[in-house]
Structure formats: C-alpha cells, structure tokens
Write a protein that binds this ligand. Structure first.
Ligand code: UTP
Length: 295
C-alpha cells in the first residue's frame, strides 16, 4: 500500500457558527489554551508521517498563512533577550521549506469543492484530509491510527465515532455492511439522516484518507445538499470502484466549529496541562458550586 505523504486542510469555510469572532479571525486561528486549532491539526498530520501540507484557503485567511511563516524579527528579538522558552514555543510553527502550499477557493462552494481544488497539488496518490475544527484528544493521533489501518485495507477511509441515535441528523452516517474491530465496511454514507431512518449510529468526523479516484468523481458531480459540492456524495459515487470503510478511532472528538464544543475542548485541554491543572480544577469546582447555588 502507498505511503500517505500529503494532507489537505480545507480551511476556506466562513465559520458562521462562530461569529462575531470569525468576522476578522479565521476559525482555524481560534486559540485552544495557547495554540490555534490549525496547530493541533498540523501536529496530528506530522505524527502520521505527512510530508506535504496543502491548505485550501480563502479571502481573509492571511493570519493563518502568516502563522507558518518564519518570524525573523521576533526570533531575533527573543534570541537577543535570551528568552529560550518563548523561542521554543515557536518550534512547532516551523515548516520545512517547500512543504507548505496554499490554494485559493474563491467562494465557499462546499467541502467537496475545496478538496477538488487540491487535485493538482495531490497528484495521483492516496492522501489525507483533515478538518481542523474537529479536534480529537487521543493517546495517539487519529490520522496516525488511520494510516496504520489503511496500510492493511486501502480504499477510501473515513474516521467514525458512535453518536446517540437522536443526533444522527447532525452527521454523515455509515450504512454498514459488516464490522470487525475498529473497521466497518460500508455500503455508503447517508448525509444527516433523521434518527428513525438512520442506517446506523456510526458518524463521520473530519479525518479522511482518500484515493485519487475521488477527483474524477468530484469533477463530474453536481451540487448536493445546501447547493454545495459535498465530499460525501463523491465518496458514495466511488464506493463501487474503490470501497469505503469507517475507522472507529480511539479518542475524544470536540466540534470546535461550535461554541459549545470549543468551550468544552478548552476545559479538557487545559486540564491536560500540568502547569494549569491544579489551579484550573480548583477554579472550576468553585465556579460549579456558585452556579449550583444560583440555580
Ligand atoms: P463547515 O461545515 O464547518 O463550514 O466546514 P464552515 O463554513 O467552516 O463553518 P460554519 O458552519 O459556517 O460555522 C467543514 C470544513 O470544510 C471547510 C471549512 O473550512 C471546514 O474546515 N470548507 C467548507 C471549505 O474549505 N470550503 C467550503 O466551501 C466549505
């Protein structure tokens, strides 16, 4: 099986669920503890062995591009002042020259459209797609887990998690043919089905390993739900040729594109940090008691 070398990060969405913050800040630059969402996604991709990082961006995403630039003046200043810790904090933002590319999506025509624009940059090899607003807290990065499984299975692979039956209408849901361990062989994906007609409760979250054949399907596909080009539709159209499996990852996913998910992720990640844990835990306990007294 081919090594997965390239990852596409579709970051051209408008982030309307996070207005007004996202009026002038890209959603991916919202900060979870002290790192922007995009840093978590890039770290996960690196851990999975990704060597080329392809961002599909749009107008207003400048701060995201700058974030991965060398900050020569800042670094010089920190060196002069001997601020080693601050310098070390920049380490993860450094990308090897030539490994980063940005493709512009003129209008938000959907996730499928964003992925379609990456065709030339990806070429003829399987590749990963990571949606940075799905942040997954996991002992081992979810993409690395998927890359290992994909090496045995091939085809299209989507990350999945079990959701309560009443939430199926918020997700793409797998129509399962068979299950073994973490792998579910699927007949296809159903976009946001009502709970009473959902074929399963295995939901798709924002990590994919796709075969390049997806680009042929995206090229001939018309708009789907919401008038947007849907990645799900293209995967479904390619099931007969390439097959699709769901990978039930080990980890906890936060929808950081929603305010609720983002706030919960902030708490979970802050409590993971030894230097913050004690003080923050105490603060949370006190707050919870105050809120309980108010109720
Ligand atoms: P979302 O459904 O979260 O849409 O897109 P959004 O516009 O970012 O956010 P809301 O719903 O308005 O709050 C899922 C992923 O696909 C990307 C987004 O940037 C996000 O990473 N996307 C979506 C694009 O790159 N282009 C698009 O046209 C649509």
């Amino acid at each position: 099986m081919a090594h997965i070398r390239k990852a596409v990060f579709p970051v051209a969405g408008l982030g309307t669920r996070f207005l007004p913050a996202t009026k002038s800040i890209p959603k991916e630059m919202l900060t979870l503890v002290d790192r922007p969402l995009i840093q978590y996604a890039v770290d996960e991709a690196r851990q999975a062995g990704i060597e080329e990082f392809i961002f599909v961006t749009a107008a207003g995403k400048g701060p995201l591009e700058d974030y991965f630039d060398t900050a020569a003046a800042l670094e010089h200043h920190l060196e002069m002042k001997g601020k080693k810790e601050a310098l070390a904090a920049l380490e993860d933002t450094r990308m090897r020259e030539g490994t980063l590319s940005f493709i512009r999506q003129d209008q938000p025509r959907g996730l499928g459209h964003a992925v379609k624009l990456a065709r030339r940059a990806v070429g003829d090899e399987p590749f990963a797609v990571l949606l940075p607003d799905d942040v997954i807290r996991a002992p081992r990065g979810v993409l690395a887990q998927m890359v290992d499984a994909h090496a045995q299975i091939g085809g299209h692979m989507v990350a999945t998690m079990d959701v309560p039956q009443k939430q199926t209408s918020s997700y793409g849901i797998l129509d399962i043919e068979s299950k073994k361990g973490r792998i579910a062989q699927a007949r296809g994906l159903v976009e946001k089905p009502r709970p009473d007609i959902a074929p399963s409760t295995l939901a798709v979250v924002g990590r994919y390993i796709l075969q390049p054949s997806i680009f042929d399907k995206l090229a001939i596909q018309g708009p789907g739900a919401g008038g947007e080009l849907q990645l799900t539709d293209a995967i479904n159209a390619d099931v007969a040729d390439a097959g699709v499996v769901g990978y039930r990852f080990a980890g906890e996913r936060f929808d950081c594109g929603s305010v609720q998910g983002f706030v919960q992720a902030t708490t979970a990640f802050a409590l993971d940090r030894p230097e913050l844990q004690q003080g923050y835990q105490k603060f949370l306990q006190e707050r919870t008691e105050i809120v309980a007294l108010r109720a």
